[in-house]
Design a protein around this ligand. Structure first.
Ligand SMILES: [Zn+2]
Length: 342
């Protein structure tokens, strides 16, 4: 094999992020020294910062808060490749990998076994994960005027392209609608997620779930990056382009996960985004000798947001994530129809 050889990106190690001090008209590649590891070496988060030549707001993105959720990384790369720094107004700030220890280990959690997205906004003086979370929020996310957190399904499961957002918040609702996912789920950010922490600081924020963990899915990546460009247009940061976008998303006002009540080998039948009716067969659980233990049926009408693809299912395994379609007049974001412009 003869590899083609290219130089590795030069990146500057920084201990603080002063956006105003970064040169205009340039993309900055930074390694942000968040905290020390046990060797006293920096755990450094890779940042991309595009500083437009014209003044404007700060749009922010984070990827890999869960270390094995990777589709957000090429979304960030794609958005940055598309930026014209001569015409860009304001700053695009992206944390390419938030959970550096988890990313190194191909795992969802931080190396302490803690899910970072359950302890936000962390604590200034606390355990290692609490401090990690606190510094991500205070030193990076709070620099943003609007915020998009890029996720995927978890190990053993697959997701549609779907947005979680507080659809009763006008700006978050507009962001969700402009992203044009397959499904948009109304979800109050009352939990201890990064989105919830950012909303708590007054930063309109949404989460997008981009397909499956531990892989790159080019079509979903492309669609999400186009959605991000529509967000930048809506903030007057990049010029409009006339582009036809796809169908409006299926809006869901709530959702629930369905779980197994016995252990065995699980097969889940509906496809992502499929509508199921109450009583439809959705899954079958077989024992290890091949005999059927359970047939699971939809408890109500709904749409499949995500599902398990891992047959090994102990008691309490997730079967599928069933969305409840909202009444047509429940959310009225029509003024934000992206078909008007990109
Ligand atoms: Zn996630």
């Amino acid at each position: 094999m003869i590899p083609s050889v290219f130089p590795r990106s030069e990146a500057q190690l920084v201990t603080s992020l002063e956006l105003e001090s970064l040169e205009l008209g340039k993309v900055h590649r930074l390694l942000f020294d968040l905290m020390d590891d046990a060797l006293g070496r920096p755990i450094a988060l890779p940042l991309l910062v595009a500083r437009g030549k014209k003044p404007g707001p700060v749009f922010g993105m984070t990827a890999a808060v869960h270390g094995n959720e990777l589709n957000g990384v090429p979304v960030i790369h794609r958005v940055f490749r598309s930026l014209d720094l001569e015409t860009l107004r304001g700053t695009v700030l992206a944390v390419v990998v938030v959970n550096v220890p988890g990313f190194r280990l191909n795992q969802r959690e931080l190396d302490e076994g803690t899910d970072l997205n359950t302890i936000m906004p962390g604590r200034a003086k606390g355990s290692t994960p609490q401090v990690y979370a606190h510094r991500v929020v205070q030193r990076l996310v709070r620099k943003m005027d609007r915020f998009l957190d890029l996720h995927t399904a978890s190990f053993g499961r697959i997701n549609s392209l779907y947005v979680r957002a507080d659809l009763d918040h006008p700006v978050a609702r507009q962001m969700a609608y402009l992203l044009r996912p397959q499904i948009t789920l109304h979800n109050q950010p009352s939990d201890k997620t990064l989105r919830g922490a950012a909303m708590g600081f007054g930063i309109p924020s949404v989460t997008i779930e981009i397909g499956d963990p531990q892989r790159f899915q080019p079509e979903l990546v492309k669609s999400t990056a186009q959605g991000v460009r529509r967000l930048l247009v809506s903030m007057d940061m990049i010029p409009k382009r006339k582009v036809q976008v796809g169908d409006p998303p299926i809006l869901c006002d709530k959702s629930k996960w369905l779980y197994t009540d016995r252990g065995g080998l699980l097969e889940v039948y509906p496809e992502l985004c499929q509508h199921v009716q109450r009583g439809d067969l959705i899954a079958r659980l077989t024992d290890v000798f091949g005999e059927v233990l359970r047939e699971y049926r939809a408890p109500e009408d709904g749409v499949v947001i995500g599902k398990s693809v891992n047959p090994a299912g102990p008691v309490g395994s997730r079967i599928l994530h069933l969305g409840h379609p909202a009444a047509p007049d429940r959310f009225v974001p029509r003024e934000d129809d992206p078909n008007a412009s990109e």
